[in-house]
Design a protein around this ligand. Structure first.
Ligand code: NAG
Ligand code: NAG
Ligand code: NAG
Ligand code: NAG
Ligand code: NAG
Ligand code: NAG
Ligand code: NAG
Length: 311
């Protein structure tokens, strides 16, 4: 029995490795496009799911939690925080069907670029604009890959009603990749052939290695039917959606002293032999209660001022 266990885990790992770590939502009635619950013009415009965190990533990263190096801690390593305090309540809800048998599901959460300030930087993004994303987990019983599907876009400031900047879907994706690799992704020169990158990020004592593989076939290279398409496409230069999805495979290559990988993490533990360096230490900073209070008040004022506006 004891000798069987390693054999069994080897078997499940090798089955896992043969798949890309996600299932194309369109294979089973879904789509790599989210729709909005609020009205669009024309009606029914959608937004691209342009990043996937593959189910082949470290199982700890695929857990939607901040502890144990989980997804929220990984997002913090990318300088993305949960929404700005009470402003969360009025963030527009988007819906996606990942073809996993769960049907239409509201976004799990919205994450906002925090400019390196984990505590309240997301409020800066709400006011000044910037990168943000919604995400969904492919965890229904028909395709329980554990993959995380992300719809990223770069938005204008609040006083421009949070419209998406020109090329803002493709750029939202590529700024995240560029932040991981510390070098600008040549968005307008990407081809269907599939660029590959990798980089290290860290937060809270955890270091992550993300390998990135651009894939085509999940999204169309088009502006038709895409939300804000008239202003996001750059005529003659790029469609609102260039048809590429950046697939991330994330491993944990460093963890705080005294913590260990869970037994399920055998694949990522072997990857930790190739540890990389050169990442910032993302130790959480503390902030004074008065500042927290100020941001809460700001959030409340925003909440009242904005009503159901789509941000
Ligand atoms: C999805 O979000 C909408 C808008 O907030 C809400 O009315 C609805 O109840 C949510 N659906 C589920 C299943 O949570
Ligand atoms: C996060 O922000 C900090 C502070 O600006 C910066 O030093 C770091 O490189 C950023 N990390 C990523 C992954 O962009
Ligand atoms: C799937 O993920 C969502 C979002 O994190 C979660 O609410 C739900 O419980 C998960 N479903 C299962 C079966 O784990
Ligand atoms: C990092 O992200 C920020 C915010 O989205 C963006 O302004 C910047 O250009 C990105 N850096 C790279 C190298 O892509
Ligand atoms: C998308 O299509 C346009 C033509 O409409 C083309 O110029 C561009 O290279 C394509 N982009 C990719 C990533 O294939
Ligand atoms: C991440 O891991 C891959 C595969 O092991 C490796 O090729 C790459 O060099 C690593 N990247 C970094 C930045 O450590
Ligand atoms: C935007 O999408 C609609 C379809 O929903 C289409 O009729 C319109 O031509 C598109 N606009 C652009 C600029 O592509």
């Amino acid at each position: 029995m004891f000798q069987l266990l390693p054999a069994l885990s080897l078997l499940s790992t090798s089955v896992y490795r043969d798949t890309p770590g996600y299932v194309d939502p369109a294979d089973n009635g879904g789509a790599s496009l989210a729709y909005l619950l609020s009205p669009t013009y024309p009606p029914g415009q959608r937004e691209p799911l342009n990043i996937i965190i593959s189910g082949k990533s470290d199982p700890a990263v695929l857990e939607d939690q901040i502890n144990n190096g989980g997804l929220k801690n990984y997002f913090l390593s990318l300088n993305f925080s949960t929404n700005c305090f009470s402003a969360k309540d009025v963030t527009a809800v988007q819906v996606a069907n990942l073809g996993d048998g769960n049907g239409d599901r509201n976004q799990t959460e919205v994450m906002r670029y925090n400019f390196g300030n984990a505590d309240n930087g997301a409020c800066t993004e709400v006011i000044d604009g910037g990168n943000h994303f919604r995400y969904w987990r492919q965890n229904g019983s028909d395709a329980n890959t554990g993959a995380v599907f992300i719809a990223s876009s770069y938005e204008f400031p609040l006083d421009k009603s949070h419209d998406i900047v020109p090329n803002g879907y493709n750029l939202g994706r590529d700024y995240i990749v560029g932040n991981i690799t510390k070098s600008t992704v040549p968005t307008l020169d990407l081809t269907q052939d599939g660029a590959r990158y990798s980089g290290a990020t860290s937060y809270g004592g955890y270091t992550y290695n993300t390998t990135i593989n651009y894939v085509s076939g999940l999204l169309s290279n088009t502006s038709i039917g895409i939300n804000h398409n008239a202003t996001v496409e750059i005529p003659g230069v790029t469609n609102a959606v260039d048809g590429l999805v950046a697939v991330f495979e994330v491993s944990i290559t460093g963890r705080p002293d005294g913590t260990t990988a869970s037994p399920a993490n055998s694949r990522s533990m072997s990857a930790s032999a190739t540890t990389s360096g050169g990442s910032e230490d993302g130790t959480p900073t503390t902030y004074a209660p008065s500042l927290a209070f100020m941001y809460t008040i700001t959030g409340m004022i925003l909440t009242i001022a904005l009503g159901q506006q789509g941000w």
